[in-house]
Every structure is written in structure tokens, then in C-alpha cells.
Design a protein around this ligand. Structure first.
Ligand SMILES: Cc1ncc(COP(=O)(O)O)c(C=O)c1O
Length: 343
């Protein structure tokens, strides 16, 4: 490795509230059948509100909300949205009223993430829309936001998944943290694989990779396993979102840019649609539980790991390769109906 660039001060003057208590563990996992070594970055352990990837985004989203003097947060997601649950927890912590626009009808009995949404005191707006009708859900978010403006509640309104450039900053910081851990463990990883649905985690990771590459730090390529049709067909434009996030960091090393080739989305593990279980994900969930004691879910991380196992089995990573899987969370949905695969 050549000379490294000092990245202290990268996030200086960027609004942020501390929500992740420390760095999340990078665990050395088992060898895959192909002989490759699995590493698991435990972003299910980000702490706040039962954890998950969105806490990293919310550090910057809530930072922006507080800086803008917001009194409330509005966001949107599928009925069992992890992002909504973590936003509810962040709002509770920061004393902001939280409104969640959710797919589906109000169930007679709350479970999984919805149970926690209610526990955190969020107001839940059930739209009756199916899970993947993202456009229709966004329109309701806009109207709920307008209503709160009218009521003087000064909302900070967050699009689906928190996947704005501000939200993506959380995974620039997440990639830098991982790069440092790889350096400390002497691991030259072949890839960093994660689950992607609204694209913001991916945008932050590739932006972080570009920074680490420019700074002479470990910068393995990022592979997103798409679990929603939008990201699989290229929406959002991850490179553009990543570059917008980079532009928010005035102290970034000069000349860095995310290019289209940095953005790799593998849509082969989605199955029929968002949140429709697949046999491969169910198998990956059992594998992770029984080989590492990890809890994965059927909507996100199970499909993500099925991509790692499937790509390794096809010969992409073999003996001598190290592959990092970012466990992005989703654990509470395991406690909703049909949350775990048949045993
Ligand atoms: C558990 C889990 N993993 C991965 C993702 C995907 O993150 P993103 O929406 O930033 O693509 C989500 C999004 O909600 C999630 O809840």
C-alpha cells in the first residue's frame, strides 16, 4: 500500500447527531464451501431502536433535521419497514414527533417492526397500498408532510429508505470504518457485499470506497444484492447519488469521483418481488443461524447472503479469498408472521 492520506476532518462541519454508540464488530466467519473466508460486518448492531443500517443514515438525516430546527420527522416504507422503526426510535431519542406512512392496512394485532413503531410513540398512517407501490406511498408522505407544515410542526421529511445524499453520508462513514478494520486485521478483501433496496447504503459505500481508494486505504469493490425491482433496474442512479454525497464533504481528498463501473448491482437473488421469500434466502438464513448464530431476515439480509453464497458457489471466490458481508439488520421482522423460514 502506498502513502496514505489523512482523513481526519472529513466530516467536519457536516450536521450529525451521534446515534451509533461505537464501531460495529467485524467478525471472522466460517469458510464457505468454496474455500473463501466470510467476514461479517455487524451493522445489525448499530444500537438504536434494535439496530440496522438505517441508524448510520439517520445520524446525518437527524443532524440535518435538528440543524433546520425541525419539530417532527416524517418518513415512509413497507408495513414492516426497518427504516421506519429506526426513524421512530431516533425521533423518540431526540424529542421529535414521528409520522410513519406505511403500506397495507392497520392490522388488528401489531407485530415485528410495527410493534416497536408503536412502542417508540410514532404515529402510523396506513395507506392500504401494497408493499412495493413506492410511488403511491411517497405521494402520501408528501401530503402528511404538508399537513404537518400546516399544523406548525416543522417536519423534516425523509424519502423512502432515507436514501438521499444526506442519508448516504452515513455509509461513507461506514465504509471508512470497515476499511480501517480490514487494515487492522490485515485482510485484503475481494469484495464487500450488502443488501440494497432504496440504494442509499450502496451510494454511501461506493463513495466511501472512492475516498479510501484515493487515500491509499483498503478499498475493496462493493457488490449490492438488489432486493427491490427499482435498484435492480438502476433506480436511483447510485453513482449520481454517491457523487452528490461526496460533494457535501468540503474536506474530501481532491479529484475523487464514483464512476458507473464502481456500481455493481446483482438482481439475481430478488425472486418474484420485494418481500416475496426465496428458497435460496431461506437456505442462507438457516446457514447463517446454524453456522454463525446470526439472525437474518427474509426480506433483506437473507436474500443478501444468498447472493454471497451463490456467487461463491459459482466459483467467484475460492480458497484465499476474503469476502465481507455487511449484515444490515432487519432482525425485528423475524418476529412477524412468516418471519422465519419453515424449519
Ligand atoms: C435490513 C435492511 N437491509 C438492507 C436495506 C437496504 O438499504 P437501502 O434502502 O439503503 O438500499 C434495508 C432497507 O430498508 C434494510 O432494512
Amino acid at each position: 500500500m502506498g502513502e496514505t492520506v489523512n482523513l481526519d476532518g472529513l466530516f467536519e462541519d457536516v450536521a450529525c447527531v451521534k446515534l451509533v454508540p461505537g464501531i460495529t464488530p467485524l467478525e471472522r466467519g466460517p469458510l464457505l464451501d468454496s474455500g473463501a473466508r466470510l467476514w461479517v460486518k455487524r451493522d445489525d448492531l448499530t444500537g438504536l431502536g434494535a439496530g440496522g443500517n438505517k441508524v448510520r443514515k439517520l445520524e446525518f438525516l437527524c443532524g440535518a433535521a435538528v440543524a433546520a430546527g425541525a419539530k417532527s420527522l416524517v418518513t415512509v416504507g413497507a408495513g414492516q419497514s426497518n427504516h421506519c422503526r429506526m426513524t421512530a426510535a431516533a425521533g423518540a431519542l431526540l424529542g421529535l414527533e414521528v409520522h410513519l406512512v406505511l403500506s397495507g392496512e392497520r392490522p388488528g394485532h401489531l407485530e415485528g417492526n410495527q410493534l416497536l413503531d408503536a412502542l417508540f410513540g410514532a404515529q402510523m398512517h396506513f395507506t392500504g397500498e401494497p408493499d412495493h407501490h413506492w410511488g403511491a406511498l411517497e405521494i402520501v408522505r408528501e401530503s402528511v408532510t404538508d399537513g404537518l407544515v400546516g399544523d406548525g410542526l416543522e417536519p423534516y421529511s425523509i424519502p423512502i429508505g432515507g436514501s438521499t445524499a444526506v442519508g448516504a453520508l452515513g455509509y461513507i462513514s461506514g465504509y471508512l470504518e470497515l476499511s480501517q478494520q480490514l487494515f487492522e486485521n490485515g485482510v485484503n478483501a475481494s469484495a464487500v457485499v450488502h443488501t440494497s433496496s432504496s440504494g442509499g447504503t450502496h451510494a454511501g459505500l461506493v463513495a466511501g470506497q472512492a475516498i479510501c481508494r484515493a487515500a491509499g486505504l483498503p478499498a475493496p469493490p462493493v457488490i449490492a444484492i438488489g432486493v427491490a425491482k427499482g435498484v435492480v433496474i438502476g433506480s436511483p442512479d447510485v453513482a449520481a447519488l454517491a457523487n452528490e454525497a461526496l460533494s457535501m464533504l468540503p474536506n474530501r481528498p481532491p479529484g475523487i469521483e464514483v464512476v458507473v463501473d464502481d456500481v455493481v448491482v446483482d438482481g439475481n437473488w430478488l425472486g418474484k418481488n420485494y418481500a416475496v421469500p426465496t428458497d435460496e434466502a431461506d437456505e442462507a438464513i438457516r446457514w447463517a443461524a446454524q453456522r454463525g448464530g446470526w439472525v437474518l431476515d427474509r426480506v433483506y439480509s437473507g436474500k443478501g447472503l444468498s447472493g454471497v453464497l451463490g456467487r461463491a458457489a459459482s466459483g467467484e471466490w475460492t480458497s484465499g479469498d476474503d469476502v465481507v458481508f455487511i449484515h444490515t439488520g432487519g432482525v425485528p421482522s423475524v418476529f412477524a408472521t412468516d418471519g422465519i423460514p419453515p424449519l
